[in-house]
Design a protein around this ligand. Structure first.
Ligand code: FES
Length: 144
């Protein structure tokens, strides 16, 4: 009697029921995000200098932004909105190239190398310095 009651208990974890269905049909569960990232092919190598001057070497897969990869690797970089709006993840490109879709930085400042890590998608190997957001604000104002 007690065993029958135990069998009727429904899983309470999100996705647990779907996982049970996948097992029942012999379909493998998708790998966790960390495993998917390890399997992703490096699209660009990025040397990232943090605000303390420490260098970090990142391998950024295609369609990934520099901020997400840096945070996953435990790099301490300032950020807030992760949408290219707040300017907290300000940085300066010393070499290489990034696409910046949705960035709040004007084109002139982008051409001078200013970028936001949360919307920085490398299109080539890069060397990038994290900078104080004040420095970026001054650069944007100067080019407006
Ligand atoms: S985190 Fe806000 S602009 Fe990048």
């Amino acid at each position: 009697m007690q065993a029958a009651a135990a069998r009727s208990v429904q899983p309470c974890r999100p996705g647990a029921a779907a996982a049970g269905s996948r097992r029942a049909f012999g379909v493998a569960a998708p790998p966790p995000a960390a495993v998917r990232r390890q399997a992703a092919v490096c699209h660009a190598k990025v040397e990232l200098q943090d605000l303390e001057g420490a260098m970090h070497h990142l391998e950024v897969p295609e369609n990934e932004n520099v901020l997400d990869v840096a945070l996953e690797q435990g790099v301490d970089v300032p950020y807030d909105c992760k949408m290219g709006v707040c300017l907290r993840c300000a940085a300066k490109l010393d070499s290489g190239k990034v696409d910046q879709p949705g960035s709040m930085i004007n084109e002139e400042a982008q051409e001078e190398g200013y970028t936001l890590l949360c919307v920085a998608y490398p299109t080539a190997d890069c060397s990038i310095r994290v900078i104080p957001e004040d420095e970026l604000a001054i650069a944007v104002l100067a080019t407006s």
